[in-house]
Design a protein around this ligand. Structure first.
Ligand code: FES
Length: 207
């Protein structure tokens, strides 16, 4: 929340609570993905970078594909116009999200080999396979694979931000516990966990 909203919430709690209730109620028949996509469009219309990054992240987490994000932007052309759509695409390119690479659009999720299980030592490992970076947590047979993109605004979280099982995003310092993937400080959304499996003693993940 912005400092200004925080201030109003403290000084005009009743009015602001009604406002937030209105926002919540007004979209209650929409599924989370549709709600997030509409919010993406409103952030583009207002040209608010922070809001755009945040709601793009929410839309992707809610299951929107990059193609659906692009379609939502183009469908809103009559109100956004080309220059605002270009502004949004420039931001998406700057965010460097592999799923938006032209060669990845429309691609169905597939399994990727990460490493032989016996080579995954230590509690947490950082791995890069093709254009994807992941953190792997291992406690015996309990293995979890997390996307390295921050769920707040899709920032790439590098290996250097790892301290034991604690991962801190360099952008706004959300902290994640890799034993669970939960955000334990500053933020409120978990890391994206990727489906994983072991085949022929090798760890695979799906994206
Ligand atoms: S992008 Fe904001 S904490 Fe990661």
């Amino acid at each position: 929340m912005s400092e200004a909203l925080d201030y109003l919430l403290k000084t005009r709690r009743e009015a602001m609570t009604s406002y937030f209730d209105f926002i919540k109620q007004s979209g209650k028949h929409l599924d989370p993905k549709t709600r997030a996509l509409i919010s993406v469009i409103t952030k583009v219309d207002k040209l608010t970078e922070k809001g755009f990054r945040q709601y793009l992240s929410r839309a992707l987490q809610a299951g929107a594909s990059p193609d659906e994000v692009l379609d939502a932007l183009l469908t809103a052309f009559p109100t956004l116009g080309l220059s605002k759509i270009i502004w949004a695409i420039d931001l998406i390119l700057a965010m460097d999200i592999p799923e938006f690479y032209p060669e990845n659009l429309g691609r169905q999720p597939s399994w990727h080999e990460l490493a032989p299980v016996e080579e995954i030592r230590g509690e947490v490992s950082f791995m890069q396979v093709d254009d994807k970076e992941v953190f792997v947590y291992r406690d015996g047979d309990n293995i979890r694979v997390y996307d390295s993109l921050c769920p707040h605004q899709q920032t790439h979280i590098p290996e250097q931000c790892l301290d034991g099982c604690l991962l801190t995003c360099p952008r706004h310092q959300w902290k994640f516990d890799l034993r669970t993937g939960e955000c334990i400080e500053e933020g409120n959304r978990p890391l994206k966990q990727l489906p994983g499996k072991i085949e022929r003693k090798t760890l695979l993940a799906e994206w």
